[in-house]
Design a protein around this ligand. Structure first.
Ligand SMILES: [Mn+2]
Length: 338
């Protein structure tokens, strides 16, 4: 038990194993997991029914929060991000139209199935193998309710692994991934944690869940990051050559011949001047408009996406980075919705 949940907001008190039966503990944990999945399932069902009753859509992004921060190698604040991002999406300081004119208040354009109760599940002593399965299951429950498509709010970047795994398994094949980040997150096993937020893309590539992986915004990469990139055939676009690469990156066509496109945005892909509320401040990054140009011009069917690594505990007092993360979500919504 001491190994479980060493890090995190809540955790089960260390148990004296001789006094507690494993069977009793597991039974209780399974009940909590079932109840958690039931809430996601029923919310997804209802939101799917509403979208269809309103005339339907080809694709309707649905927010799914994954408030998980303990697989970060540094700060754990991303566990608090999903409610802050939602608050910023709907805060009223701006209107509810996206730049290209989609109306976010239309439930066929954007819906929400709530958060995976990550901390509540961990508080019962559930380990990461099972927690990652709960995240994958939750993503699949959203996808079962066509036309809903998961738009996941992190959380640290470790959540992309169970999310992409679920998307690929559900669709029955690999996707192309556009990954915007200061870091490649492709260490084999960072600090001994296979679920580390610095290792998620190693797990994704090992699993065969992606055909192409394009990493954009990279400016903090080690020898291992480059070697792993080479090993998995990753296309790494580094900031030091961005001015040369940007014409290509602003005209991407992805997802043909596979199951579609997955977009993963680590908020630290942006220069800290635009987004100071992140755990790993890494100067020399993308401007907000660089990201939007890449996103707006991307051709391909986006089947799911995530926005991760916003850390509210490092944000400015007026929540500037929350607004930045919210706008990324809004513009991703516009790309997915049809
Ligand atoms: Mn990063």
């Amino acid at each position: 038990m001491s190994r479980i949940a060493r890090r995190g907001i809540h955790y089960l008190q260390r148990l004296n194993a001789s006094n507690v039966s494993t069977a009793m503990l597991e039974k209780g944990q399974n009940r909590v997991i079932e109840a958690s999945l039931t809430l996601i399932r029923e919310r997804a069902k209802l939101k799917g029914e509403l979208v269809r009753a309103l005339g339907g859509a080809i694709a309707c992004p649905s927010l799914l929060g994954v408030p998980l921060g303990h697989n970060s190698s540094f700060l754990q604040g991303p566990a608090f991000a999903p409610p802050r991002i939602r608050e910023a999406i709907w805060c009223g300081s701006t209107n509810s139209s996206t730049e290209e004119g989609k109306e976010l208040e239309d439930p066929r354009v954007l819906t929400d199935v709530g958060d995976v109760p990550v901390q509540e599940i961990r508080d019962c002593g559930v380990d990461d193998d099972r927690l990652m399965n709960v995240i994958s299951e939750s993503v699949k429950l959203v996808m079962e309710e066509a036309p809903l498509r998961p738009l996941v709010l992190g959380g640290d970047h470790s959540i992309s692994y169970p999310v992409v795994r679920a998307v690929s398994e559900k669709l029955g094949g690999p996707v192309d991934i556009l990954h915007l980040d200061a870091h490649p997150d492709i260490y084999h096993c960072f600090e001994g944690n296979k679920y580390s937020h610095a290792s998620s893309f190693a797990r994704i590539m090992e699993g065969g869940y992606a055909r192409r992986l394009l990493q954009v915004g990279i400016r903090s990469i080690t020898v291992e990051g480059r070697e792993q990139g080479k090993k998995f055939g990753v296309e790494q676009y580094e900031m030091r050559t961005f001015s040369r690469d940007c014409e290509y990156l602003e005209n991407l066509k992805l997802g043909e011949g596979v199951k579609g496109v997955y977009v993963s945005i680590d908020v630290d892909c942006l220069d800290p001047a635009f987004a100071p509320g992140v755990s790993h401040i890494e100067p020399g990054g993308l401007s907000f408009r660089d990201v939007l140009n890449i996103l707006h011009n991307l051709q391909g069917d986006i089947v799911a996406a995530d926005v991760v690594e916003f850390n509210p505990q490092r944000d400015t007092v007026d929540g500037m980075t929350a607004m930045v993360a919210a706008k990324l979500v809004r513009e991703l919504t516009a790309k997915i919705a049809k």
